[in-house]
Design a protein around this ligand. Structure first.
Ligand code: HEM
Length: 129
């Protein structure tokens, strides 16, 4: 099938698939001992809200509806992550959860490869220690 002109958001499977991915991502983070420290930074957070926000944010990043921007304005990710201690370990654990979630919801390797560099770059950018 010709994918020229379709966004990553559409090729991934649209809102339904993205929601499934982010739910799985937070489920992995909450249950996999490999992600313990990363999960700890979310202590006291309502994961339902985190799931919604990350889904809305990634929709815009992947060329789908810019839902996060429409509701909250500029994401200011570095500023919003400043209250949480993000070192190498936490950043790597975030990536680990995302990679595991992408496999669990069966996102094709080719599509994963299109977004992984972005996740790596942002996780590194958000490190504050
Ligand atoms: C590619 C990397 C990442 C992306 C794209 C990302 C994206 C986001 C977004 C969009 C939000 C919601 C912001 C808001 O409106 O409040 C958020 C919240 C948050 N992020 Fe990240 N993040 C990343 C990495 C990390 C890492 C490495 C950590 C720490 C281990 C982390 C911890 C948190 C916490 C604790 C919240 C607050 C949750 C909430 O308020 O519901 N993030 N992130």
């Amino acid at each position: 099938m010709d994918s020229v002109g379709t966004s990553l958001f559409e090729r991934l499977g649209g809102e339904e698939k993205l929601t499934e991915l982010v739910k799985t991502f937070y489920h992995v983070m909450a249950t996999d001992p490999m992600a313990k420290e990363c999960f700890a930074t979310h202590a006291g957070k309502d994961v339902t809200e985190s799931t919604e926000k990350l889904t809305m944010f990634l929709s815009g990043i992947m060329g789908g509806p810019p839902a996060y921007h429409d509701k909250y304005g500029h994401p200011r990710l570095r500023m919003r992550h400043a209250p949480f201690a993000i070192g190498e370990k936490e950043a790597n654990q975030w990536l680990y959860c995302m990679l595991k979630a992408m496999d669990e919801v069966k996102i094709e390797r080719g599509i994963q490869g299109e977004i992984i560099p972005y996740f790596k770059q942002v996780a590194e950018f958000l490190r504050n220690r």
